[in-house]
Ligand binder design. Structure first.
Ligand code: GAR
Length: 208
């Protein structure tokens, strides 16, 4: 059974999707043991407490640079014997030391079809604002492994979602969450926990 940590910074709807998937038996061979937040007082922490999951806040604002912050993250994750780290709306860029300490053991959900609308500055609603500005007809979500390249690690799962003419960033965000993120994130976590995802030459190979 893999010990999972979910890292959050906000509302935590993706965390909720993971909690529900674990309860429904969709996540096989994995258990959420820790929810770590980069901010105090976010609703994701309430969701974790309601599900009786241990929480810890490692506030980004308490650290003067990313390197010190990342070292603290590694310490907490190792102390808790974490095998798999899920970035679920974690709005802090982490340093290379974290991705090296947990190589192919960190996944992120991104609210677009990578390599579109990704990289530094593309997070939360900004992603959907840019997609609407460009006029794409399809957007979606991607779950990928985290490497030192922001949003650049091996892609695990993707799902496309239709963009409508009257979409606002908020309506598009919601549809992408409902139709893509909340489905492919638990599915990817379950596949990894079952040892069905291999990384070969920077790409994943999935056994189903
Ligand atoms: C989600 O849409 C997630 O994909 C996005 O932030 C939102 C968090 O919502 N993440 C990023 O933009 C990371 N680059 P949630 O807190 O309700 O899960």
């Amino acid at each position: 059974m893999l010990r999972i940590a979910v890292l959050v910074s906000g509302g935590g709807t993706n965390l909720q999707a993971l909690i529900d998937a674990e309860k429904d038996g969709i996540i096989k061979n994995g258990k959420i043991e820790l929810v770590l937040s980069s901010k105090e007082g976010v609703y994701a922490l309430e969701r974790a407490k309601n599900a009786d999951i241990k929480t810890v806040v490692v506030a980004r604002k308490d650290y003067s640079n990313i390197e010190e912050y990342s070292l603290k993250l590694i310490e907490v994750l190792k102390e808790n014997n974490i095998d798999l780290i899920v970035l679920a709306g974690f709005m802090t860029i982490i340093s290379e030391s974290v991705s090296r300490a947990f190589e192919n053991k960190i996944v992120n959900v991104h609210p677009a079809l990578i390599p579109s609308f990704c990289g530094k500055g593309y997070y939360g609603l900004h992603v959907h604002e840019e997609a609407l500005k460009k006029g794409v007809k399809l957007s979606g979500a991607t779950v990928h492994f985290v490497t030192e390249v922001c949003d650049g690690g091996p892609i695990i799962l993707q799902k496309a979602v239709e963009v409508k003419d009257d979409d606002t960033p908020e309506t598009l965000q919601r549809r992408i969450m409902e139709e893509a993120e909340w489905k492919i994130l638990p599915e990817a976590v379950s596949l990894i926990c079952q040892g069905k995802v291999k990384v070969i030459d920077g790409k994943t190979k999935i056994e189903r």
